[in-house]
Design a protein around this ligand. Structure first.
Ligand code: ADP
Ligand code: MG
Length: 692
């Protein structure tokens, strides 16, 4: 008899009975190489055979499991649909037709009188039926399946659910005692978690569905816990390795600045300032994210923070993602700054070469205290004498590398990033787990409401009348179009065309056009005119999406709102409602019947809360889509689901950060398990060795 090799979790799956080298190759397609991989190949749903439905009770569209006898088999080849295999099943209460298309492997598979379980959605076409249902023949696998809950696994061609199930069963039998716990006892007890072993067993062979979910949650927790732990370690390391300058925070510049402001800071702005000041006094690097909805007043905080750095003898760089925004920052603040004898400059790619060179020189000689700019700040000619603070506005628009490039221009400068794209809490824990987060939850007082309305293209005439009235009463309008020029393929209303139309429709009003391809001098001039109130309607692309702050503009029309995600719409709408008057946002919807789009837009109409909208956007479109095509750096989790497991993530984050706070080098006995696991599983991903 062949001697059996003892299996470990690292053993190749080909050593499992019934697998072998050939089948193992197919498993590789599912990323399953070792026994452990197989154990972590988790079901995405279950059939509950304890809940078999009677055919007569099934309703259309319901997902059900049916057990019945085959009473008729038909196999045919049609021109349009290829191979068709159909069965009629009976369970004594009614008949169910099952059809499979293009499944030659099912030919000769079934015999009359055999018992079968099928699972799927019920359709009705002359009679109840299922199309391409999942099936199991009961005689084949009777012992495994009778009366249990069956996990359904992701599959690939040549690997059946049964292959995986059999493999997992063996793997558990052979290696169960070898599965090592990966969480400290304290955490297991705190949440009454199953042990890791138990969880793996229960997720593959649950006694009931609740049990399976409990097991899944426990495994997801582990996954999130280690992710957060690495963030916590990195943060600690960053803080320890990189000491930044210590700033004094009781200077006169900031005091004077506050005295000169035409308004009083809100309590939440003051709270954020306090948090920032604490960071700056510590001598550790500040890495803080300032999150606040559009219009909540983040810029003042940025300027305030800059003044602290300047007063301590350091320079500040503030980077914005668009020229419009950088220009706005500069023009809004340069005079105020000059009163305080602070020397500021603007650096964008539109600045002339000669002017740029002057600015470069001044920056390198320390004759500029605060430079506002775009990506142009990253150029190698920009060398600071003494950069002590980097601020990135609308940071979600920048990649990690760009942020790093700016930071590298100083000797461990403090770092403040700001974003108005409210990121669902879940995602911010993942993306910014290594940043401290300050939030401004409310807007400054004295702002009007923003009323949002969905308008069909047919009602355009009425809308135009409303707008005319609005403009005559002194309001100003942003008219937003998704693209600049009409293309042949897309029948979208482009800005240039809309501009012509609007000009013709409102001969009595001043209309201007702005988009990314208009030269910067011209653009600045137009924005200035708009700001002064000399333009009634500004037809624009999304160049005004972020940051632009013109309080008198109180009406916005958005063409093709269906083209935008919720977060982007919210940003756009954030341009209005900045004054005391109520503001109106009109979404002009072409004839579409897409329910998902309507659902999304309806959330938008009903709510003006950016955080709420961000959560909804995430739910509707998932984490990948949420950020669109922009770089977002979200990791992929094998078990955890960022939407379903929000609470779990919060728990894992708290626990992980607390552990690293109390035991940064993981030397305590009870944290031994964590340290071993990190070194074993994650050492390639992070430079942990230096820390622990
Ligand atoms: P965002 O957070 O979107 O960057 P801004 O910094 O552009 O918002 O601020 C929006 C407007 O609110 C600006 O005109 C700013 O001057 C004003 N503002 C900021 N703080 C206050 C406050 N405490 N009271 C009144 N107005 C404020
Ligand atoms: Mg802003």
């Amino acid at each position: 008899m062949k001697k059996e090799i003892p299996l470990t979790l690292d053993s190749d799956i080909q050593y499992l009975k019934g697998i072998g080298p050939k089948k193992a190759k197919l498993f590789h397609k599912l990323n399953i190489f070792t026994i452990e991989d197989l154990l972590y190949h988790l079901p995405y749903r279950y059939w509950n055979l304890k809940e078999i439905k009677k055919i007569k009770d099934c309703k259309v569209d319901e997902e059900v499991t049916i057990k019945g006898k085959i009473i008729l088999i038909g196999e045919k080849t049609t021109k349009t649909k290829g191979d068709v295999i159909e069965l009629i099943l009976s369970d004594g209460t009614d008949y169910l037709r099952c059809v499979w298309f293009n499944r030659p492997d099912l030919k000769y598979k079934f015999q009359r009188g055999e018992e079968l379980i099928v699972s799927g959605k019920i359709y009705f076409y002359k009679q109840k039926e299922m199309v391409n249902p999942y099936y199991e023949l009961l005689n084949e696998n009777r012992k495994m399946y009778a009366g249990t809950i069956i996990p359904i696994y992701p599959l690939t061609e040549g690997i059946s659910n049964w292959d995986i199930r059999r493999g997992v069963k063996q793997a558990l039998e052979k290696t169960y005692p070898l599965i090592e716990e990966d969480l400290p006892l304290e955490i297991i007890n705190k949440y009454s978690f199953y042990s890791k072993k138990e969880s793996l067993k229960k997720i593959h062979f649950p006694e009931d569905l609740k049990d399976a979910e409990r097991a899944r949650k426990r495994l997801a927790y582990s996954e999130l816990f280690y992710f957060e732990l690495i963030l916590a370690l990195n943060k600690k390391k960053y803080e320890e390795l990189k000491a930044s300058p210590i700033f004094k925070t009781e200077g006169i510049l900031t005091k004077e600045f506050l005295n000169n402001l035409p308004f009083k800071l809100t309590p939440s702005q003051l709270k954020v300032i306090k948090e920032i000041e604490e960071d700056l006094r510590k001598g550790k690097s500040m890495t803080r994210l300032l999150q606040g909805d559009v219009g909540s007043g983040k810029t003042v905080i940025a300027i305030y923070t800059s003044l602290i750095a300047i007063e301590n003898g350091y320079q500040v760089a503030m980077m914005a993602p668009t020229e419009i925004l950088a220009e706005q920052h500069f023009f809004n603040w340069c005079k105020e700054l000059l009163k305080l004898k602070v020397r500021s400059a603007l650096l964008t790619s539109s600045v002339s070469k000669r002017e740029k060179e002057k600015i470069y020189l001044k920056i390198s000689q320390g004759e500029i205290d605060l430079v506002f700019g775009t990506h142009a700040l990253l150029e190698s000619d920009v060398n600071f004498k003494n950069l002590g603070l980097v601020i990135v506005d609308e940071q979600h628009r920048f990649g990690v590398m760009q942020r790093a490039a700016l930071l590298a221009k100083g000797n461990n400068p403090h770092f403040l990033v700001m974003t108005a794209t409210p990121i669902p809490r879940t995602l911010s824990y993942i993306l910014y787990g290594d940043l401290d987060i300050s939030t401004i939850p409310e807007k400054p007082p004295g702002r009007g409401k923003v009323i949002t309305k969905l308008i069909s293209v047919k009602a355009r005439g009425k809308l135009i009348e409303k707008i005319r009235k609005g403009c005559l009463l002194g309001n100003q309008v942003y008219w937003v179009c998704p693209i600049i020029e009409e293309s042949e393929k897309l029948t979208l209303r482009a800005a240039t065309k809309v501009y012509e139309e609007i000009k013709n429709t409102f001969p009595d009003l001043k209309v201007a056009l702005i988009h990314g391809r208009i030269k910067s001098d011209e653009r600045m001039r137009i924005m200035e005119e708009f700001k002064k109130g000399n333009i009634h309607i500004l037809v624009t692309t999304t160049v005004i999406e972020v940051g632009v702050d013109i309080p008198n503009a109180s009406i916005m029309v958005i063409e093709h709102p269906e083209r935008f995600g919720l977060a982007q719409l919210h940003q756009l709408r954030g341009r209005i409602g900045r004054g005391e008057k109520d503001a109106y946002c009109f979404l002009v919807l072409p004839n579409i019947n897409d329910e998902k789009v309507l659902l999304r837009l309806n959330y938008f109409v009903k709510s003006d809360d950016g955080f709420y909208l961000a959560e909804k956007d995430l739910e509707l479109r998932g984490p990948g889509e949420f950020f669109g095509t922009r770089q977002h750096g979200l990791p992929e989790f094998r078990i955890a689901d960022l939407i379903k497991d929000k609470d779990l993530l919060l728990m894992a984050k708290r626990d992980a950060f607390k552990i690293i706070e109390e035991d940064p080098n993981l030397i305590k006995f009870e944290n031994r398990i964590i340290k071993e696991n990190l070194l074993k599983k994650f050492s390639d991903k992070v430079e942990l060795a230096r820390v622990i």
